[in-house]
Design a protein around this ligand. Structure first.
Ligand code: GLC
Length: 662
C-alpha cells in the first residue's frame, strides 16, 4: 500500500516488520478495497494505517512464530474490510463523531445502568418501552446483561454460556429487535453495552458439537486432551473458580472420552485462543454486533484467555496482546466502539487491563474497578478507612485515555480481593480480615446489619465469597424486617454514600438495576431447580415496578434512594473535575473514618470526603486549605458547610465534593 494513497504519516512511523507486513497485506487486499466507494476505501485505509502497529504488535506474540502468520493477517484485514463495508452510514457518522470526541465515554455526563432484559422489562421491545425510566434516572450507558442465544437446558450461567453468537435469545427477541433498540437509544444519546463472552462458549455451540463428534478442526477451537495427564499437570497450579458447584477445570467429553478445558462450569468450554481461527471468528462476531449498533463490549472473563503450564493461567502476557489486537480491530472497522475488560483480579493486575508498559493506552478503554468495590465493603464493615486508603493510594495511575467502570454491586458475588501485603502494611492479618468480612456480610458476625449469604466456600483456601443485593448488604432488609426507622434511615444513607463514592471516583459509575430503589434479596431462585445451586440469583431480583412507582412518594425508602441518586447525577453532570481522564488521588490516609481523594483538575482541585461510619465525624479543614480550597463549596448539595472550629462536620455516611467557591 503506497504511502501516497492516503498521505498519512502513520506508515512512516511503523516498525520495519510492521511496515513490511502492512505493505504485503495492502497489496493482497487491493481488490477488496476496490469494491468500496472511494471515500470509504480511503477512510478505511487511514484507520488501518493508524492502528496497524497496535494490531501487528498485539498479534505477533501469540501468532507471529507460525508459518501462516501472513495468512492470518490477510484474512483478518479482509474481514475488517468486509465488516467496515457492512457498517451503516449512520454508524460511520458515529465513528467520525467519536474520532472527534475520543473521550466520550469518560465524560462526567456518562452514567451507567445494568440489567437483565427479561428481569427489567420482559424482552427487548419491553426495554425499548422503558427507556424513559432510564432517562429519568439520568443514565445513558445501558448494559443489558447477556442476551445472545445460550444453551437450551436452562443451566446457562445467566447467559454466559452462548450457543450462537449470531442470534438473540428467542425469549428476548430477534437481532432486528436489538438493532431497533440500539437505534432508538442512539437517538436519545444512550449507548448500549453488551457482553461478549470471549473465554468460552456453550457445549451446545456448533464448534463444541463438532468437537464432541471428534472432528479435529473443531477440537482445535478448544483445549482438548486425549487423557488426564496434561489436565492433571495444569491442575497443580490452577485456582478453583466454582469450587463447590464445578470443582476442577477439565471435563470429560462423553462422546469421545477426551478431556476439555472448562474453567467455569462443565458446560462452558474454554476457547483455544492460540488457534488464530478463534481470533478471526470472535473478531467477526464482535464486529457484526458492532454493526447492529452495540457501542461498548464487556469482554467477559478475559483474564483466563491464555493458558500456560505451571502458571495459574490468568493475566498472562498474551491476554494483553490479544486484547490490544482486538481493540485495534474495532478501531479500524467500527471506530466508535469501546472495550471494557471484565477481569476481576487482584489489585496488582487490575490496571494492566487498561494497558500498561508497551500496551499503555492501547488495551481496554474501560475495566471494572474491583478493588474500589471490595474496599468500600471492607471499610463499611470495619468502620475503618485506613486499609482502603492504603490499598487505593498505592494503585498505579491509569492511562489518561482509559477509564474505570466503578460499581457497588453487580450480578456476581463479592470476592475479598485484599492482598496480604496491603493488610500487613496496616498490621492486619489478611486472612482473618477476609474471614471477618464473610462473617459480617453473611450476617454471622454479632451485630451485623447485613443479610447476605456465602457463595462458593473453598475449604482449601478459606475463601468465602458473598452474595446479596446492595440494600440487603447495607442493612435495608434488616430495617424492613424489624420496622426500625432509625436503621432504615442509616441504611438509606449507606446506600447513597456507596453511590456517591462510585460517582466521584472517576470513570463510568454503574448503577445495578434495583439498587436505585433499594430492592432486597430475592429468594425465589430457590424454587427454580436450574438456579437453586447458584445463590448469585438472590441479588438478581426482577424489577419491582410497584416499588418503582413509590419513587415519587416522599417518605418511602424508594423515594429517598431514587431522588438521592438523581441529585448525585445532577451534581456529577455539572462537575467537570469528574471527567474520567482526571485521576483520583487518595489523600489523608490517616483519618480512620473518613476516606478522601482529590481530583486535580486544571479548574482547581476537587476534594471528596466520605464518612464511612454511622456517627458524625470531623475532618480537618487543613486538608482542603492545603489544596488551596480556602472557601469550600459542596458540589453535591450546594449548601453551606457545617464547620466546627477548624473542622468540617460530616454527618453519618455524609459525603461532600469540595471545590473552591467561585
Ligand atoms: C464472568 C461473569 C460471571 C460468569 C463468568 C463466566 O465473571 O460476570 O457471571 O459466571 O464470567 O462466564
Amino acid at each position: 500500500m503506497p504511502v501516497k494513497e492516503t498521505g498519512i504519516q502513520n506508515v512512516l512511523n511503523m516498525s520495519p516488520g510492521a511496515r513490511a507486513a502492512f505493505e504485503a497485506v495492502g497489496a493482497a487486499i487491493r481488490g477488496d478495497l476496490a469494491g468500496l466507494p472511494a471515500h470509504d476505501a480511503r477512510d478505511f485505509q487511514i484507520r488501518l494505517e493508524r492502528y496497524w502497529q497496535d494490531l501487528f504488535d498485539g498479534l505477533k506474540p501469540p501468532y507471529g512464530a507460525r508459518e501462516d502468520f501472513h495468512v492470518l493477517l490477510e484474512s483478518l484485514v479482509r474481514l475488517l474490510v468486509s465488516r467496515y463495508a457492512g457498517r451503516s452510514e449512520e454508524l460511520k457518522a458515529l465513528d467520525l463523531e467519536r474520532d472527534l470526541t475520543p473521550d466520550w465515554f469518560q465524560s462526567e455526563r456518562r452514567i451507567g445502568y445494568v440489567f437483565y432484559a427479561d428481569r427489567f422489562a420482559g424482552d427487548l421491545p419491553g426495554v425499548a418501552e422503558h427507556l424513559g425510566y432510564l432517562e429519568e434516572l439520568g443514565t445513558n450507558y445501558v448494559h443489558i446483561m447477556p442476551l445472545l442465544q445460550s444453551r437450551p437446558a436452562g443451566l446457562d450461567d445467566g447467559g454466559y454460556a452462548v450457543s450462537d453468537y449470531g442470534k438473540v435469545r428467542a425469549s428476548l427477541g430477534t437481532m432486528d429487535d436489538l438493532r431497533e433498540l440500539c437505534t432508538l437509544m442512539r437517538g436519545r444519546g444512550m449507548s448500549l453495552c453488551l457482553d461478549l463472552v470471549l473465554n468460552h462458549c456453550a457445549r451446545e455451540h456448533e464448534w463444541a458439537e463438532g468437537a464432541r463428534r471428534g472432528v479435529a478442526e473443531y477440537e482445535e477451537m478448544f483445549h482438548v486432551f486425549p487423557n488426564r495427564s496434561l489436565p492433571d499437570a495444569y491442575e497443580k497450579t490452577l485456582p478453583e473458580v466454582f469450587p463447590e458447584t464445578a470443582p476442577g477445570s477439565f471435563t470429560r467429553i462423553e462422546e469421545t472420552g477426551k478431556w476439555v478445558w472448562t474453567t467455569f462450569n462443565a458446560y462452558q468450554w474454554d476457547l483455544n485462543w492460540s488457534n488464530p481461527r478463534v481470533f478471526l471468528e470472535m473478531t467477526g462476531v464482535l464486529l457484526s454486533l458492532a454493526n447492529v449498533g452495540v457501542e461498548v463490549f464487556r469482554l467477559d472473563a478475559v483474564a483466563f484467555m491464555w493458558k500456560e503450564l505451571g502458571t495459574n493461567c490468568q493475566n498472562l502476557p498474551e491476554v494483553h496482546d490479544l486484547l490490544q489486537a482486538l481493540r485495534a480491530c474495532s478501531r479500524i472497522a467500527a471506530a466508535s466502539v469501546v472495550h471494557k475488560a471484565e477481569a476481576i483480579v487482584g489489585p496488582d493486575d487490575l490496571v494492566t487491563y487498561l494497558g500498561t508498559d508497551a500496551h499503555h493506552g492501547k488495551e481496554s478503554d474501560l475495566a471494572y474497578h474491583n478493588a474500589l468495590m471490595v474496599h468500600l465493603w471492607s471499610s463499611l464493615a470495619s468502620r475503618d478507612t485506613r486499609l482502603m486508603a492504603h490499598a487505593l493510594g498505592r494503585f498505579p495511575e491509569k492511562p489518561a485515555n482509559a477509564a474505570w467502570a466503578t460499581y457497588v454491586r453487580c450480578h456476581d458475588d463479592i470476592g475479598w480481593a485484599i492482598t496480604d501485603e496491603d493488610a500487613a502494611a496496616l498490621g492486619i492479618d489478611a486472612g482473618a480480615h477476609r474471614s471477618f468480612l464473610s462473617d459480617y456480610y453473611s450476617g454471622l458476625f454479632p451485630g451485623s446489619h447485613a443479610r447476605g449469604a456465602v457463595f462458593e466456600e473453598n475449604p482449601a483456601t478459606g475463601d468465602r465469597r458473598i452474595s446479596g443485593t446492595l440494600a440487603s448488604l447495607a442493612g435495608l432488609e434488616l430495617a424492613e424486617e424489624t420496622g426500625d426507622e432509625a436503621l432504615r434511615e442509616i441504611a438509606v444513607r449507606r446506600i447513597l454514600l456507596c453511590h456517591a463514592l462510585i460517582f466521584g471516583y472517576g470513570g463510568i459509575p454503574l448503577i445495578y438495576m434495583g439498587d436505585e430503589l433499594g430492592l432486597t434479596n430475592d429468594r425465589s431462585y430457590l424454587e427454580d431447580p436450574n438456579r437453586r445451586g447458584d445463590n448469585r440469583w438472590m441479588h438478581r431480583p426482577p424489577m419491582d415496578w410497584v416499588r418503582a412507582a413509590r419513587r415519587s412518594s416522599p417518605g418511602t425508602a424508594e423515594h429517598a434512594i431514587f431522588s438521592g441518586i438523581r441529585s448525585l447525577v445532577e451534581a456529577r453532570r455539572s462537575t467537570p473535575h469528574l471527567h474520567g481522564a482526571i485521576p483520583a488521588e487518595v489523600v489523608d490516609g490517616q483519618h480512620p473514618h473518613v476516606f478522601s481523594f482529590v481530583r486535580p483538575h486544571p479548574l482547581g482541585p476537587l476534594l471528596a470526603l466520605h464518612n464511612l461510619t454511622e456517627k458524625t465525624r470531623y475532618a480537618s479543614l487543613r486538608v482542603p486549605r492545603d489544596l488551596g480550597i480556602t472557601s469550600p463549596m459542596d458540589r453535591i448539595n450546594g449548601r453551606p458547610l457545617r464547620l466546627l472550629g477548624d473542622d468540617l462536620e460530616l454527618p453519618p455516611y455524609g459525603v461532600v465534593w469540595l471545590t473552591q467557591s467561585p
